[in-house]
Write a protein that binds this ligand. Structure first.
Ligand code: FAD
Length: 373
């Protein structure tokens, strides 16, 4: 019997894997538990364009905004401004549907309203149990490979014994009518990270991500930036768990037949908690691993392992920062030479600038000691 691939989840990791594998001639089917691909949205949709544009051509209508400037605002309200080269805000639901359409065109079959529930083995084959939610019946799907691209609470990871022990942030965001100057504002603090990301000069995505007490932090933050009565100006909500990367997690079974990609494997950059680009890189590694029989973990770690690990170290240090430390950190970037490093390099690739920054700036070394002690 020819090799077949079953993908669970039609987010960027799942649909991009399906696209790459179908393009290489494999028999691919994708199961998505929701009725509409891309919905509900749990994302701000900020992407640095370089990694994305090397992989995908986005239709213009999916780019909601292009941003040329960000501010990082310390708890004491000192701020720095950074020029952005290639940051875009996407229509996240449209983005997911676009990649799914590419995969369909390449020959992958999609089944919405189908929830993966578990699997068993039959000789060398995997037999996945998928529930057709409309008909309320379980289908048995025989497959050679199973890709778990089913997001942070991955059922595939749990069923394959790969879930391990994971840590999460909770992300809460509202899209709100809010006059702004079309710059992204980031607010790092003891409470977590908060942001204002404009769709245009009248509408912004305002949110927070926190380890604990996310709802009260969100209410405090949105009241502070948008004012009392903000509720009446809310257009939509987006929320969800965000996994913290862990180098200890396994992303594939020993036989290499079950792979986890994207949030399902906690491939999220812990500094900014972004994972869209990472899910695309994971999909590439999954497709290469399946078609060329290379080790999956080695392939994705080569692309982004060091960056994910370094981002995690930075996040762990920041979790021990007091608000005064954040003030000092922002102070460090008031120096033009330090700010230029942030402007020059892609946030997804901190290994390219972190060492330069640390060695050139003794105050950062003092703050970084929090990782060590
Ligand atoms: C509030 C918030 C803001 C964020 N902002 C950004 C940002 O600005 N930039 C960025 O890069 N990242 C951001 N992220 C992270 C980003 O959304 C994820 O990293 C990205 O969606 C990961 O893609 P994925 O394909 O791995 O998983 P997902 O996008 O989560 O897709 C998983 C899919 O699997 C489906 N599924 C789940 N379980 C099953 C099942 N049992 N059976 C069938 N289907 C199933 C789901 O319905 C979903 O469609 C944000 C996250 C949150 C919560």
């Amino acid at each position: 019997m020819a090799d077949s691939v079953t993908v669970v989840g039609a987010g960027p990791a799942g649909s991009f894997s399906a696209y790459l594998l179908a393009k290489r001639g494999l028999d691919v089917q994708v199961f998505e538990e929701h009725a509409t691909i891309g919905e509900p949205v749990a994302c701000t949709g900020v992407i640095t364009g370089d990694i994305l544009s090397r992989r995908l051509q986005l239709p213009k209508e999916l780019i909601v905004n292009r941003i040329a400037k960000a501010r990082i605002i310390a708890p004491g309200m000192e701020l720095i401004e950074i020029k952005l080269k290639n940051d875009i805000i996407i229509d996240r639901a449209g983005f997911d549907r676009h990649i799914a359409a590419m995969a369909r065109e390449a020959g992958a079959r999609f089944f919405v309203n189908h929830r993966f529930e578990g699997f068993e083995h039959n000789n060398q084959r995997i037999v996945a149990a998928v529930k057709d939610k409309e008909k309320n019946e379980i289908k048995k799907i025989e497959t050679t490979y199973l890709i778990g691209a089913d997001g942070p609470i991955s059922t595939v990871a749990k069923a394959a014994g790969l879930f391990g022990s994971r840590e999460f942030y909770t992300g809460i965001q509202a899209t709100i009518r809010f006059a702004n100057d079309n710059a992204i504002d980031f607010y790092p603090s003891e409470d977590g990270i908060a942001w204002v990301v404009p769709e245009n000069e009248r509408i912004a995505r305002v949110g927070i991500a926190a380890r604990r007490e996310a709802s009260s932090y969100f209410r405090r933050f949105i009241t502070a930036v948008a004012g009392e009565g903000y509720e009446k100006r809310i257009i939509g909500w987006q929320a969800g768990p965000i996994p913290l990367y862990s180098p200890r997690l396994k992303s594939a079974t020993k036989d290499g037949k079950i792979l986890l990609a994207g949030d399902a494997a906690a491939m999220v950059k812990a500094t900014t908690l972004g994972g869209i680009n990472q899910s695309l890189m994971a999909a590439e590694a999954a497709a290469e691993s399946i078609t060329k029989d290379y080790g999956y973990e080695m392939l994705w770690k080569k692309r982004m392992g060091r960056d994910l690990w370094l981002s995690l170290l930075m996040r762990k240090a920041m979790e021990r920062f007091s608000n005064k430390d954040y003030d000092k950190l922002v102070g460090v970037f008031r120096k033009k030479k330090n700010r230029q490093l942030l402007e020059e390099y892609d946030r997804d690739e901190p290994t390219r600038f972190a060492l330069k920054l640390l060695l050139g700036e003794p105050r950062l070394l003092m703050l970084a000691r929090k990782v060590l002690f």
